[in-house]
Design a protein around this ligand. Structure first.
Ligand SMILES: O=C(O)c1cc(=O)[nH]c(=O)n1[C@@H]1O[C@H](COP(=O)(O)O)[C@@H](O)[C@H]1O
Length: 303
């Protein structure tokens, strides 16, 4: 049966891109034309600056990415104003034909997960197309996301092997039978993926595998042939383009590669005067960085 993975794969083919840009707006890195007085600005002024920042990025990357990935914490920190900026960003990205991955990393007891799932995959103004889900409460914590995604034709990414340096402290714990914890979660995911495959043979239940762990990714890729990987950690965290091949299937599908800071703050690179960057300069530099990243990734995919 057709599912959200089909939409995702078809849009990636049409756009010739599996690249995703993360929207993690931090006003400390905003040029002055967006905001000058970061200390005394009201939350409303900050939220307006965030939306303007995101609009510039979305305009610059729209031709080169299949999705944008707002990280919720950067909006929640400004309360209702921040959430308004997120809602406006989601609506604006949609108007440019982009898919939205809400990086919320939610997961709770079943009833609360159901509420989270409705917030991010249902009819709410915060709702995107996919959401990141933390599986560490067990299956009653993530199955509500699966149900709501299925009923609304959307998708999710369950954390498996995250990109951060200490991810091994919990995810690589060895179980009694010698299996690693993240791999046990992968076994459950595999079972779920078999019964939720679409026309392109991928489930709408994907998984997060960091670009910083290509060795693990190779094994996970073989074990989870029906799960799309969301791959953060490319660029700023050290994930390299040449290591990305193992994240894809033989046709160059099956993974979305995401970068946040390396793209959205690229105007700061080697520029001591970055605070004076104009909107036009920001647009040009970000567009160039996104095109370059897309092409690097496509070269690895053989596309
Ligand atoms: O789910 C994520 O997006 C995520 C998972 C992961 O394993 N590692 C990871 O860095 N992320 C997110 O990706 C973004 C970091 O991207 P960079 O700025 O490119 O390093 C942040 O918003 C993180 O929360």
């Amino acid at each position: 049966m057709r599912n959200f993975a089909d939409i995702l794969i078809e849009q990636s083919i049409q756009k010739k891109s599996v690249f995703v840009v993360g929207l993690d707006p931090d006003i400390a890195f905003f040029p002055h034309f967006l905001i000058k007085d970061t200390q005394d600005a009201s939350q409303e002024v900050i939220a307006n600056a965030i939306f303007q920042f995101n609009q510039i990025i979305i305009d610059a990357v729209a031709d080169h990415v299949v999705a944008i990935k707002p990280q919720l914490a950067y909006y929640e920190v400004y309360g209702s104003h921040g959430i308004r900026a997120l809602e406006e960003t989601i609506a604006y990205a949609r108007s440019k034909g982009l898919l939205i991955i809400n990086d919320a990393k939610r997961g709770d007891i079943g009833s609360t997960s159901l509420a989270y799932a409705k917030a991010f995959l249902g009819q709410s103004p915060l709702s995107g197309d996919m959401v990141t889900v933390n599986p560490f409460l067990g299956s009653d914590g993530y199955l509500p996301f699966v149900d709501v995604a299925k009923n609304n034709g959307k998708g999710l990414f369950i954390l498996l092997k995250t990109s951060n340096p200490s991810s091994h402290e919990i995810q690589n714990l060895s179980l009694e039978d010698g299996e690693l914890l993240y791999f046990r979660i992968a076994e459950n995911l595999h079972k779920l993926s078999l019964s939720t495959k679409g026309e392109h043979d991928y489930s709408f239940i994907g998984t997060v595998v960091g670009a910083t762990y290509p060795l693990e990714a190779e094994r996970i890729r073989q074990f989870l042939p029906h799960c799309i990987f969301l791959v953060p950690g490319f660029g700023m965290q050290g994930g390299k383009a040449e290591d990305l091949k193992v994240f894809f299937d033989a046709k160059g599908h099956g993974a979305l590669i995401s970068s946040s800071r390396g793209i959205i703050y690229c105007y700061m690179d080697n520029n001591p005067y970055w605070e004076a960057t104009t909107a036009e300069e920001m647009h040009t530099l970000i567009q160039k960085a996104a095109l370059q990243a897309k092409e690097q990734i496509n070269a690895v995919r053989g596309i």
